[in-house]
Design a protein around this ligand. Structure first.
Ligand code: SAH
Length: 349
């Protein structure tokens, strides 16, 4: 099936519309940052009327409806977006001078990480590239003018490596000229660690890669992330090391969710530094975000800081990702259609 409008590359649009300048015109219009109307307009300046009407007849597309929108105290906004047969969550996170959109790649998730609320939904379906890009478009249209969307992270619901064709297309389109033209380094795909998918991603895509490591031993990692197949930490990091010599400009992130009394000891911090020796990756420490039905807890803030200090003492820098949007259940690992504060669930239509 041909991709829907937001997922078309400039070359595909050129073929469909019979001209490169028409294709560029459509892309500039689509990504001008405004809310996209419920249906495609009958005419578009700069595109021959006959070419446009033929295109619209075959490529009907409507943006997703915003089912629910919640904004937390710091401006973090969680959207529940209605796509065919499902509801998916997207988060916009403002920072100084720019905003980040956290995109979902699946409705539910193919993986079963015990610490993540999304796994409680099970797996519903893969999202298409146009649905991932539409999430960015909806969030971008509402970003504050002093904090436009510059970064996209595939860290919402789902495991991107299990839906890689569509994720690769979405990244390719998000970074294409003339629009939306995000920098490849500003797009980050996050994975629970799926070796075949990671290998292909590293070969085909220049975007940044985040590896959710979350443990420093294979034994604990398999308990926390009990997938059908769990690859050894050594193999996961080996892939990153090999790529770093091939593509030195790529950025890597190591995500490490901190759990009280599970992976927050000094020995864990020491092992983490040893594992990452020689690998130029940014370490992000994420205190665990709670959700109903889970007994897991974050360490105290003092203990999180002590973990960071221990890493620093070994000559490595780590950043702490203090929760954003926890009160609206929009923080990492809380996307399960819950409203936050024990509120109602969003239900798929
Ligand atoms: N499946 C992908 C992307 C979605 S999870 C992945 O695993 O990377 C995005 C990030 O949130 C991951 O780093 C994951 O480890 C983290 N995360 C999941 N549940 C969390 C929770 N309850 N608290 C804090 N971080 C969590």
């Amino acid at each position: 099936m041909t991709p829907r409008l937001p997922a078309l590359t400039v070359d595909e649009l050129t073929t469909a519309l019979g001209g490169a300048s028409r294709a560029r015109r459509v892309l500039r219009w689509l990504h001008a940052g405004h809310a996209i109307p419920g249906g495609l307009p009958a005419r578009l300046d700069g595109v021959a009327a006959s070419a446009w009407s033929t295109f619209v007849a075959t490529a009907a597309w409507t943006p997703p409806a915003v089912r629910e929108r919640r904004t937390g105290a710091d401006g973090t906004t969680k959207y529940a977006l209605a796509f065919e047969g499902t509801v998916v969550e997207t988060v916009r996170i403002p920072a100084r001078g720019r905003s980040t959109v956290c995109v979902s790649s699946q409705a539910g998730c193919t993986r079963r990480c015990v610490f993540c609320a999304t796994q409680t939904l099970g797996f519903e379906r893969h999202l298409r590239a146009d649905e991932m890009i539409a999430q960015v478009m909806v969030a971008r249209a509402e970003a504050p003018s002093d904090a436009p969307v510059r970064n996209v992270v595939f860290m919402g619901m789902g495991e991107p490596m299990d839906n890689l064709d569509e994720v690769l297309r979405a990244v390719r389109v998000l970074t294409q000229t003339p629009a939306p033209q995000l920098r490849a380094q500003s797009v980050t795909v996050s994975t629970s660690g799926v070796v075949p998918g990671m290998r292909r991603f590293l070969e085909e895509c220049p975007a940044s890669l985040a590896l959710s490591l979350n443990a420093t031993t294979d034994e604990l990692r398999a308990r926390l992330m009990p997938h059908d197949r769990v690859w050894p930490i050594g193999e996961l990091l080996g892939l990153l090391r090999a790529d770093a010599t091939r593509q030195p400009r790529r950025e890597f992130f190591i995500e490490y969710v901190l759990f009280a009394d599970l992976n927050d000891t000094e020995a864990d911090a020491d092992r983490l530094v040893a594992l990452l020796d020689g690998l130029g990756a940014r370490i992000n420490l994420i205190p665990h975000n709670p959700f109903a039905g889970s007994d897991l807890r974050a360490p105290s803030p003092e203990r999180v800081l002590a973990f960071q200090a221990r890493i620093a003492g070994r000559g490595r820098r780590a950043w702490i990702r203090w929760p954003r949007g926890q009160e609206i259940a929009a923080a990492c690992g809380q996307l399960a259609r819950a409203a936050g504060g024990g509120g109602a669930l969003y239900l798929p239509s």
